[in-house]
Design a protein around this ligand. Structure first.
Ligand code: SAM
Length: 338
């Protein structure tokens, strides 16, 4: 999945740095508390760690359940395969996604929005409605709900008429818009441990989690995540939010992250590290991030031994209003807490 700040392309660098400094992850408790798409947490799991994940976005929580928390299909009145077959066979209905995010549904409204084909939007509405009904009746567990929602999120990203984020839709149709919406099963990786998944502001979580190694990948610039992924949030929450503007965003004032605000990011990150109940902490950061690198290292040095590892990396590129494609130096700052 295309995601701002995704570490999918530098997993080797992260893994090498951890293996050189911490050693093998097998049997260790490893946390990834800004997990986003979960690619780093999945790597921890594949290397035999017990894994703790967190992100304050709901769609990320669904991915955490599907990719990391679950070791096998969760117990549920409706079985996974049955549920997927039933959802894929649903007839589309005209609901929130059709009415708000398609050209047909928004015709005559103040804003015409072109995120989805009418057919796919109606299917999303049908799937969301069915999931909500199953959940409220107790036909599926919370884990099954999030597992199925993760399949929905995955397919929604593949049929969206966007250039990379939901910060804007394309005016000219991309071929993705015409792909059929199909929920596909996740395959489960079993590490033999109970893995934990959270959907919280990290500032509220630090006292509740502990382990051997903590990986932190905070946002690196001032772009708040919720408006760029609002449609994925709505696909999981299906709560008919009071959306606004051309792009039909969810309100996100109560989700403003201090890590995206220049004067708040550094104190917030130092606070997280100070409160962390983990002896080994790895922080991903890019050289042109909003925090000053020297100040960050200085602040971290007061809490332990600090070493930095560097790698050149091409940055996230979206065709529409995104950043340029120049190289960014990726850094991992390793803190051994005293
Ligand atoms: C750089 S991205 C992480 C990318 C991830 N490592 C990946 O490869 O997909 C930063 C993440 O931090 C999350 N985030 C931002 N502020 C947060 C907060 N206060 N609490 C929890 N998560 C937060 C965002 O939702 C986003 O997914």
């Amino acid at each position: 999945m295309r995601y701002i700040g995704s570490k999918a392309r530098i997993l080797g660098f992260i893994s090498e740095t951890i293996n050189q400094t911490f050693g093998p992850l097998k049997g260790a408790v490893a946390a990834d508390l800004f997990t986003g798409t979960c690619c780093v947490a999945e790597m921890f799991k594949a290397q035999g760690a017990q894994v703790i994940t967190n992100d304050y976005l709901r769609f990320s929580y669904a991915l955490q359940v599907a990719k990391v928390k679950l070791n096998a299909e969760p117990a549920s009145r409706i079985l996974y395969e049955e549920a997927l077959a039933e959802l894929n066979a649903l007839e589309g209905i005209e609901g929130f996604f059709f009415e708000e995010y398609t050209l047909e549904g928004t015709a005559g409204a103040p804003y015409a929005r072109n995120y989805f084909s009418s057919g796919n939007a109606k299917k999303i509405d049908a799937v969301c409605t069915c999931l909500a009904r199953w959940r409220s009746r107790g036909d599926i567990s919370s884990d099954m709900f999030h597992l199925l929602s993760a399949s929905l999120v995955d397919t929604v990203t593949k049929v969206s008429n966007i250039s990379g984020t939901y910060g804007a839709f394309l005016k000219i149709d991309d071929h993705r818009k015409f792909k059929p919406l199909e929920l596909r099963p996740f395959t489960f990786a079993d590490n033999g441990f109970e893995n934990l998944a959270y959907c919280q502001d990290i500032m509220d979580l630090m006292e509740d989690v502990t382990g051997d190694l903590l990986y932190l990948d905070p946002p690196y610039n001032s772009r708040q995540y919720p408006p760029y992924y609002h449609i994925l949030e709505t696909a999981v929450l299906y709560d008919a939010p009071p959306i606004y503007g051309l792009t039909g965003r969810r309100p996100y004032k109560d989700q403003l992250s201090p890590f995206c605000i220049k004067e708040k990011a550094l104190p917030a990150l130092l606070d997280v590290v100070r409160r962390a109940r983990f002896p080994h902490i790895y922080i991903s950061y890019s050289m042109d991030g909003i925090m000053d690198y020297q100040e960050l290292c200085k602040g971290l040095s007061s809490m332990g031994k600090v070493q930095s590892y560097f790698k050149p990396h091409r940055r996230f590129k979206s065709n529409n209003g995104g950043e340029g494609g120049g190289p960014v130096k990726e850094i991992i700052i390793y803190v051994q807490k005293r």
